[in-house]
Design a protein around this ligand. Structure first.
Ligand SMILES: C[S@@+](CC[C@H](N)C(=O)[O-])C[C@H]1O[C@@H](n2cnc3c(N)ncnc32)[C@H](O)[C@@H]1O
Length: 260
């Protein structure tokens, strides 16, 4: 059985076949380009036994084959199945999620890729994440900051790195990595790529000018996303939060007592 030691020797990208790499890059280039930073942290996870990983809001489980290939036990959880078999069907912000005691404190790694922006009750979600993760275990989150509305109407918010950090710390996690992924080229390229063609309602001149503007923005967007030549510039915008934190050990109340 593979342990985290074996995993530490595998580079995240090297573990992917070229078709898997292509698919993941297509699904989310920001996750693909930064995920290895999160997985590098896993070198510290408990060194014996098998690693249990919970993929919350797993969708079509794009990471399942990779996770299983590196020897982790994969558990997929979502509110509803999408062409895949789910191991747990529940929202992460369900008040009764931890009523089943067998679910608590058992996961070494919990992953949420592009999920928190769909969650309504973040306080309850963090309470559950804290209850599901074992002490010393890790939680890996990616959540968009600048990103178009998607999965409408189930698009709830755009968390910032500060909101994520505060929530993590209040629920017993230590923030190990907080990355603002995606520079100026990505932000501008993404915004330009999501502008729609002019609608048929517009008059002829507006439509003609609109088409020219739309085509120019699409070309600029493609060039920016490929060559990233604006990345030397700085801005307070970024595309996605990449966030790794570690569940701290709970101090026993007895240890806190001052000897009388
Ligand atoms: C943008 S998709 C991301 C899917 C997958 N994690 C990925 O990276 O491709 C968001 C997923 O979160 C799920 N989701 C939405 N609200 C949720 C909740 N409260 N608890 C758990 N999953 C949720 C959706 O069903 C959907 O599969």
């Amino acid at each position: 059985m593979k342990t985290i030691d074996d995993f530490a020797k595998i580079n995240f990208r090297k573990a992917l076949s070229s078709s898997e790499a292509f698919t993941l890059q297509f699904i989310n280039p920001f996750v693909y380009n930064n995920f290895h930073l999160a997985f590098d942290k896993l070198n510290d996870v408990q060194k014996s036994g098998s690693i249990k990983l919970l993929d919350v809001g797993c969708g079509e489980q794009p990471y399942r084959s990779l996770i299983e290939k590196i020897g982790f036990k994969y558990v997929g959880m979502d509110v509803a199945a999408r062409n895949v078999k789910l191991d747990v069907v529940a929202p992460i912000d369900d008040k009764n999620l931890l009523c089943d005691n067998r679910r608590g404190n058992i996961y070494d790694v919990i992953v949420l890729t592009e999920v928190l922006e769909h969650v309504d009750n973040h306080e309850q979600a963090w309470l559950n994440l804290s209850g599901l993760c074992r002490e010393g275990g890790f939680i890996i989150i990616t959540a968009p900051f600048i990103y178009p509305l998607h999965e409408q109407p189930w698009d709830a918010c755009r968390p910032t790195i500060y909101q994520l950090s505060r929530n993590a710390e209040r629920h017993g996690f230590k923030v190990e990595t907080a990355i603002r992924a995606g520079g100026v080229s990505d932000v501008v390229g993404l915004l330009f790529s999501t502008i729609h063609k002019p609608t048929r309602e517009a008059n002829l001149i507006s439509r003609f000018l609109g088409y020219i503007a739309w085509a120019c923005l699409r070309i600029i967007s493609k060039i920016l996303l490929k060559f990233k030549f604006l990345d030397f510039m700085k801005s307070e915008y970024y595309v996605t939060n990449l966030f790794v934190c570690r569940k701290m050990e709970t101090v026993s109340p007895l240890n806190d007592q001052v000897p009388g």
